[in-house]
Design a binder for this molecule. Structure first.
Ligand code: IPM
Ligand code: MN
Length: 356
């Protein structure tokens, strides 16, 4: 029987409640599908920072590297200045573990209302592959003459051939393996960002020659967001840079029903990857057992898929779909008709029933 060692970072706000339910479902899947999970908890987050003044311990990256995956709740604390925890924990883990892909499925499940009028599950089913270690997130730039009328702020987008190429290759391979429309859309801005997206576009064309079975498509980011709303069925896989990916995946989350259901993976194909619900720490709902844990449960499904437990991963997705159609009333916190722990129980119970 395989045993997977998973680092758990519950984090801030509703993170711990979400992760608790995610782990409940992961345990149920392990039991039903014949593998085991060895979880270790790490207390990284706002509370720890406020107590100790330290965002991540010195040896955090070395320690966490030893795990096969990371299961994350949420990072962000109302008493900590924005940026400190996000950069010091979330982005640090992404960068130092070289999780160069941020994978975000956008899928409308049956029974969930999309804010897009007239769109059904068959219309909203695509995946965004976001570059996760470069671009505007690289932290290149600085401020000169701060606080004076002559202040200058520069924030540069870093795009390396290596970084762009490995992201594109991942996207082409992913699109092929997904086996749906076999269309890869590069989302860029070649008409204005004529350096960065020149590199992206050339690499896309060159690497694309190795994938004759994949249709190559291009859209400027401002057009892509229009199509995501008007014709989401147009898309299969979208590949884009870090900043555009950040923005368009929040739109993606909303059209699939909201932050209550949206999950993502920070992937290093040959290292330690990290899976998370993409909503924030929702401080106002903390500790009330009202937050929707489905996003964390879906992140758990992605984690198992990544570890190679495909059957169990699919079973979790099926159980989530079953709970979405018919059972829960709304994906919004406090309006589900069930508590956080009850939603976890429903998914776990469905999973166990279908496995036997
Ligand atoms: C996300 C988040 C992060 C990002 C923040 C919290 C740093 O918005 O995962 O999309 O910008 O990448
Ligand atoms: Mn974001």
């Amino acid at each position: 029987m395989s045993t997977y060692r998973v680092a758990v970072i519950p984090g801030d706000g509703t993170g711990p409640e979400m992760v608790r339910e995610g782990m409940k479902v992961l345990e149920a899947a392990a039991k039903s599908y014949g593998f085991s999970l060895d979880f270790s908890r790490f207390d990284y987050g706002g509370e720890r920072y406020l107590e100790t003044g330290e965002v991540l311990p010195e040896d955090a990256i070395e320690q966490i590297k030893e795990y096969q995956a990371i299961f994350l709740g949420a990072i962000g604390h109302p008493q900590v200045r924005p940026g400190i925890l996000e950069q010091g924990i979330l982005l640090r883990l992404r960068f130092d573990l070289d999780q160069y892909i941020n994978l975000r499925p956008v899928k409308l499940y049956p029974g969930i209302d999309s804010p897009l009028k007239g769109k059904a599950p068959e219309d909203i089913d695509f995946v965004v592959v976001r570059e996760n270690t470069e671009g505007l997130y690289a932290g290149s730039g600085g401020i000169l003459r701060k606080g004076t009328p002559h202040e200058v702020a520069v924030q540069e987008s870093i795009n390396t051939r290596m970084g762009v190429e490995r992201c594109l290759r991942f996207a082409f391979d992913y699109c092929r393996a997904r086996g749906k429309k076999k269309k890869l859309t590069l989302c860029g801005k070649t008409n204005v960002l004529t350096y960065a997206f020149d590199l992206w576009e050339r690499a896309f064309r060159e690497i694309g020659e190795e994938y004759p079975d994949i249709e190559k498509d291009y859209g400027h980011v401002d057009a892509v967001v229009m199509w995501m709303v008007k014709d989401p069925e147009y898309f299969d896989v979208i590949v884009t840079d870090n900043m555009f990916g950040d923005i368009i995946t929040d739109l993606g989350a909303i059209i699939q029903g909201g932050m209550g259901i949206a999950a993502g993976g920070n992937i290093n194909p040959s290292g330690t990857s990290m899976f998370e619900p993409i909503g924030g720490s929702a401080p106002k709902y903390t500790g009330q057992n009202v937050i929707n844990p489905l996003a964390s449960i879906c992140a758990g499904s992605m984690l198992l898929d990544h570890l190679g437990e495909k059957e169990a991963a699919q079973a979790i997705e099926q159980a989530v779909m079953a709970v979405c159609s018919g059972k829960i009333k709304s994906l919004s916190a406090g309006r589900m008709g069930y508590s956080t722990s009850e939603v976890g129980d429903l998914v776990a119970a469905h999973l166990q029933q279908t496995a036997v």
